[in-house]
Ligand binder design. Structure first.
Ligand SMILES: NC(=O)c1ccc[n+]([C@@H]2O[C@H](COP(=O)([O-])OP(=O)(O)OC[C@H]3O[C@@H](n4cnc5c(N)ncnc54)[C@H](OP(=O)(O)O)[C@@H]3O)[C@@H](O)[C@H]2O)c1
Length: 305
């Protein structure tokens, strides 16, 4: 009996899921992870040939995945997508993963009005609107989970790509609002903020080796993330075993968002705080709050995407 309960808590068998942007990168891994755990998954992307190729691969693997072309930046196409999802899943959706997103890497003064509209439409408006449209389906399932994919760039400050960061920061806040607003409908809302993960999107920004070097220096685990390391956390948040988790933004980033903080305020424990210069601090035995101004060389180099 206990075994049966455990296996159902760690299974998505019988559940339905919509994952936006499932043909590449993190979205592709999420589709596979949810399907492997037993969910029936619907996905979308803009490129029909790539979508059909993916659907073929998943059918060969025995996964229940269907999908259709949708540009998530288009209001009309989002409405059409929800109509299709509702028809395939008989009006009930247990899981919504808002994965679609993109970045343009520029300094604030270089961004155009078109850049702003495009980035906010793709990263924030599309997720907001599809979530509104999905609400009746999520509610009808009686136990639903929304997972947003934001970014570490929406959790800590970086010195480039301010529109992307602002849109992702808004997603983190939206997660908390929905967790409060829709709890009575038994809908949970959580968010994952990845660090740099190996995908076609990040590859395009990593061509400049300097960015990679800076990211790795600011990341305690000292490496890029794998898509499976994000998709497994998405799956966990959707499982019945995560039923008391809502309103959270979880960083899957090798410690990137922690290290930025710790590099500026160095802490170790001795039972009481004492001001001490970082250069003379014997870290293992004392808790040191370094209040002395760092020399320009000692300061964390500003982080650039
Ligand atoms: N990779 C990273 O390092 C990283 C870090 C932090 C956060 N993230 C976030 O993680 C999410 C996924 O990123 P990724 O790196 O996996 O991206 P990716 O490699 O570019 O893959 C994006 C997927 O979404 C689809 N897509 C893009 N725009 C779309 C649109 N308007 N409508 C429908 N489908 C669309 C793409 O297919 P089509 O192009 O054919 O439409 C593709 O399947 C994004 O929200 C991103 O901001 C990524």
């Amino acid at each position: 009996m206990a075994e049966a309960n455990r296996s159902s808590r760690w299974s998505l068998q019988g559940m339905t899921a919509l994952v936006t942007g499932g043909t590449k990168g993190i979205g592709y891994a999420i589709v596979e992870e949810l399907a492997e755990l037993g969910a029936s998954v619907y996905t979308c992307s803009r490129n029909e040939a790539e979508l059909n190729e993916c659907l073929k691969q998943w059918a060969t693997k025995g996964f229940q995945v269907s999908g259709s072309v949708c540009d998530m930046a288009s209001s009309a196409q989002r409405k059409d997508l929800i109509t299709k999802v509702s028809s395939v899943f008989n009006g009930k959706l247990n899981i919504l993963v808002n994965n679609v997103g993109t970045n343009i890497v520029k300094n604030t003064l270089e961004f155009t009005e078109d850049d702003f509209s495009f980035l906010v439409r793709t990263n924030l408006e599309s997720a907001y609107h599809i979530t509104q449209l999905a609400h009746p389906l999520l509610k009808a399932s009686q136990a639903a989970s929304i997972v947003f994919i934001s970014s570490g760039a929406g959790v800590v400050a970086v010195d480039i790509g301010s529109i992307y960061s602002a849109a992702k920061g808004a997603i983190n806040q939206l997660t908390k609002n929905l967790a409060c607003e829709w709890a009575t409908d038994n809908i949970r809302a959580n968010c994952i903020a990845p660090g740099i993960i190996k995908t076609p999107l990040s590859e395009s920004h990593l061509e400049d080796g300097k960015l990679l070097e800076k990211y790795l220096r600011a990341t305690p685990l000292g490496r890029l993330g794998e898509v499976k390391e994000v998709s497994s956390m998405v799956a966990f948040l959707c499982l019945p075993t995560a039923s008391y988790i809502t309103g959270q933004t979880i960083c899957v980033d090798g410690g990137f968002t922690t290290e930025l903080f710790l590099s500026k305020v160095q802490l170790a424990f001795s039972g009481s705080f004492q001001a001490q210069s970082s250069s003379s601090s014997p870290l293992p035995l004392c808790k040191t709050l370094d209040l002395t101004p760092a020399s320009p060389e000692a300061r964390l180099p500003s982080f650039r995407f």
